[in-house]
Design a protein. Structure first.
Length: 173
């Protein structure tokens, strides 16, 4: 029942690498900057709010899967709710898979119990040494007990249909 929340925006790091490789335009240079100079979210006031948290370094889908599997849960991500920067949106829908699986965002992925979501929302925007950072609810954790479902992650589109990706993110194995 915990909500899956994320700080900031997702996909800029992975798209920055693609821009540096010449695969997509980056007229403002924002994407390349996010790849070259990440701003890890450290020191966030999450104590007493989050059940679990980790950074998004291996890709949103991969890291959400780590959180779910380590706790014997499933998590469903609503792709349309994942926050994308203006630069990522400008890259277009063809790059959505890269945004969701590419990694190098260094945002914080959190499991927040429903009864603590209002306390989290009172922060509205978290203040960090690099400035304000937004918070977005992008999914929900659920138990797999008796459902036959394996622990892990599912990403669904606006119609609720599962999305299939070529890869889930960076794997250290």
């Amino acid at each position: 029942g915990d909500g899956l929340w994320v700080t900031g925006t997702i996909g800029d790091g992975a798209l920055g690498l693609q821009a540096l490789l010449g695969n997509i335009p980056d007229p403002s240079g924002i994407l390349a900057q996010r790849y070259r100079t990440p701003e890890p979210r450290i020191g966030l006031p999450l104590y007493g709010l989050a059940s679990a948290a980790m950074d998004v370094s291996d890709g949103l889908v991969q890291d959400a899967g780590h959180l779910a599997r380590e706790n014997g849960l499933s998590v469903t991500i609503q792709a349309a709710d994942v926050p994308l920067s203006e630069a990522a949106q400008a890259a277009g829908q063809n790059w959505l898979e890269t945004c969701l699986t590419g990694g190098d965002d260094y945002e914080i992925l959190m499991a927040i119990p429903p009864e603590r979501e209002q306390a989290l929302l009172r922060h509205g925007v978290l203040q960090t040494p690099h400035g304000p950072v937004s918070l977005t609810r992008i999914g929900t954790f659920s138990t797999t007990t008796g459902s036959g479902e394996q622990p892990g992650v599912r990403v669904v589109d606006t119609a609720g249909a599962p999305m299939v990706f070529k890869r889930g993110g960076w794997s250290h194995l």
